[in-house]
Design a protein around this ligand. Structure first.
Ligand code: OKP
Ligand code: ZN
Length: 343
């Protein structure tokens, strides 16, 4: 399996994440990918290449123009305002406030264009987010050209990002870009399966009204887990998208017996949908020792999950999402890929 990876991810390394009322070193940190690269090489997956330049046109089609302008200029505007720290949201358009008028002031804009305040934006964030999207695009092009699968080692991740909001460590929705690219390249129906511990609210939001892209997510129940305000089982899609969204929220302590049942159900739905291509939002934070999650999957479970995904035989692009037990993130992520290849 070919791997697409850009060193430019390093340009996104905020010093701070707001966590429990303190600023901590962000869980989503550059060293995560070092562990994945190390494990890939250890297991003989050495076909690792840098993506070509990002294709902006599909990003402009997918995202709100004001949002893209914000991402590109936020750091400069923040500095011009005289703020000394990293760009962090503190003001949000809450219930019954205006959501159709982006403020002019950057302190207002950052809240307007975000869904949470844990994620800081810095000088290199835009470049890193574009490089992450470029890896996703290159992986998709490789599969569209006939390869059975590819791995986009994306950082920063993407599945929480909507067309107009960042948050949950995500800025551009890489998996959505891949699904859209498959559609443009002629796939009539595409499925996105999100196995990250957190609900892929951004991906769900992007495709919620569409019947051509099926979205399924296995995640911590929204009553108990970020992003808290989306991811319930009764969210099934709307209009043309009715029936093309499937959520599998699970409770604290969920282990592989229950999780794998949800995985099989989701895969059966994807098969019944008639997907011609598959995008996997590959987070491994369902791991038992993940510091910010509460499922109980063990390392070999990821191998088995990869096999189950691979047994469907669909052209597949994997996009890296979360996984914060950094010593194991390499093993768990590559286990999914090895299981897939072994199916
Ligand atoms: C991103 B991805 C830590 C709470 C963290 C945000 C989680 C974002 C997860 N105090 N809340 O889905 O892995
Ligand atoms: Zn996650």
């Amino acid at each position: 399996m070919k791997v697409f990876f850009s060193e430019e991810h390093r340009r996104h390394f905020p010093q701070a994440e707001l966590c429990g009322g303190e600023f901590v070193t962000p869980f989503e940190r550059p060293s995560r990918v070092e562990y994945v690269l190390g494990r890939l090489k250890e297991q003989g997956l050495t076909d690792i290449v840098a993506p070509g330049p990002v294709d902006m046109a599909p990003i402009r089609t997918l995202c709100d123009p004001g949002y893209l302008d914000f991402l590109e200029n936020a750091w400069d505007e923040w500095k011009a305002e005289g703020f000394a720290g990293e760009v962090i949201a503190a003001n949000f358009p809450a219930r019954r406030m205006q959501i159709s008028r982006p403020p002019r002031n950057i302190d207002g804009k950052v809240g307007y264009y975000s869904l949470a305040s844990e994620t800081a934006l810095t000088n290199g964030t835009w470049a890193a987010a574009l490089s992450s999207a470029a890896s996703a695009q290159a992986a998709q092009a490789h599969v569209a050209a006939g390869a059975k699968s590819a791995f986009a080692l994306c950082r920063p991740p993407g599945h929480h990002a909507t067309a107009d909001m960042f948050g949950g460590y995500c800025f551009l929705n890489n998996a959505a870009l891949v699904a859209e690219a498959f559609r443009r390249d002629g796939a009539g129906r595409v499925a996105i399966l999100d196995i990250d511990f957190h609900h892929g609210n951004g991906t769900q939001d992007i495709f919620y009204g569409r019947g051509d892209v099926f979205f399924a997510s296995l995640h911590g129940a929204p009553e108990d887990a970020f992003p808290y305000f989306l991811g319930y089982a009764d969210e099934t899609g709307i209009g043309a998208g009715e029936g093309a969204n499937a959520n599998y929220p699970m409770l604290p302590g969920t282990a592989y017996d229950v999780w794998s049942g949800a995985l099989d159900t989701a895969l059966a739905r994807i098969r019944a949908f008639g997907a011609e291509a598959l995008v996997i939002s590959l987070g491994t934070d369902a791991y038992k020792d993940d510091p910010i999650s509460f499922f109980k999957l063990d390392c070999p479970d990821f191998l088995d999950a990869g096999r189950r995904i691979g047994s469907h035989g669909l052209p597949t692009v994997f996009c890296m999402e979360g996984g914060y037990a950094i010593q194991q993130v390499g093993i768990n992520t590559v286990n999914v890929l090895e299981g897939f290849l072994d199916a």
